[in-house]
Design a protein. Structure first.
Length: 266
């Protein structure tokens, strides 16, 4: 079974004080980390103070970006070595806003992914819906071109240690309702792409998240889809109550079903 993974992407929101207060407010109300993994991708200057107050909650403190180089004359960049020393197990790489606003291309993201894997930080690789047709064993398959370009040179052993986030451009940052059926289709095709280029065993185990207008109203429907293993959540994750509703989607559903169940006769 693939463990669900719910990740907040705070982008350039929240000060250090606001970030720490948020963690303190949620850390005792998170689901069992053995059942659902929860993480927050915050601004770099907040990662260490947030990590100091996580306690035993299992909350993952995640970097929103990182450099391909571990050290050197790269003013303003974020070192994967520093993230590893901090205890950050994950780094989000290739987000659509990094591509649109800062010109990151597939080659740059690929270098970052390999550097993260080399030092022991798990990359959460963000990819859009760009596809090309490819013939596989006499059948036409749709291959996620951006993703496979980023994964070029990633070995069979390394691919087992990545997380993928599907971010269709039509759904990121637009505030419209996410379409669960389209989200599932995209994640299913990503899994098939991984199977075609690696193995079906690996494809079955790798976690694929969906990112794009996820909120408390649609997360249960999205998470019910068989090929969606989690969510990368933007604006809806900034509010404590909303975030807790989303990370506890399974528990909330069980409670709702219990309320609806007829009372047993004595």
């Amino acid at each position: 079974m693939r463990k669900p993974f719910i990740v907040a992407n705070w982008k350039m929101h929240k000060t250090v004080d606001e970030s720490v207060k948020f963690v303190k407010a949620i850390r005792d109300q998170l689901p069992d980390p053995q059942e659902v993994e929860v993480g927050i991708a915050a601004q770099a200057f907040s990662l260490y103070p947030m990590a100091q107050v996580v306690g035993k909650s299992g909350l993952q403190i995640i970097a929103q970006n990182a450099a391909a180089e571990y050290s050197g004359p790269y003013t303003g960049e974020i070192s994967l070595r520093g993230l590893h020393d901090l205890g950050s197990r994950y780094a989000m790489l290739g987000h659509i806003e990094r591509r649109r606003l800062f010109g990151e291309n597939n080659a740059a993201v690929s270098q970052k992914v390999k550097a993260a894997l080399q030092i022991g930080v798990t990359p959460i690789i963000c990819t859009d819906e760009t596809m090309v047709q490819k013939e596989v064993n006499g059948e036409i398959h749709y291959v996620f071109q951006q993703l496979m370009s980023v994964l070029h040179g990633v070995s069979l052993d390394q691919i087992r240690r990545v997380v993928i986030s599907y971010e269709p451009s039509w759904a990121v940052g637009v505030g419209q309702h996410a379409n669960a059926a389209l989200a599932e289709e995209g994640c299913r095709m990503i899994r098939r792409t991984i199977a075609d280029n690696y193995t079906y065993e690996i494809a079955d185990k790798i976690r694929i998240l969906y990112g794009g207008s996820v909120n408390p109203d649609n997360i249960k429907e999205i998470m019910a889809k068989p090929d969606i293993d989690g969510a990368l959540i933007g604006r809806a994750s900034l509010d404590v109550d909303n975030f807790l509703k989303m990370v506890n989607y399974a528990k909330n559903e069980e409670a709702q079903l219990a309320k609806q169940a007829p009372a047993k006769k004595k």
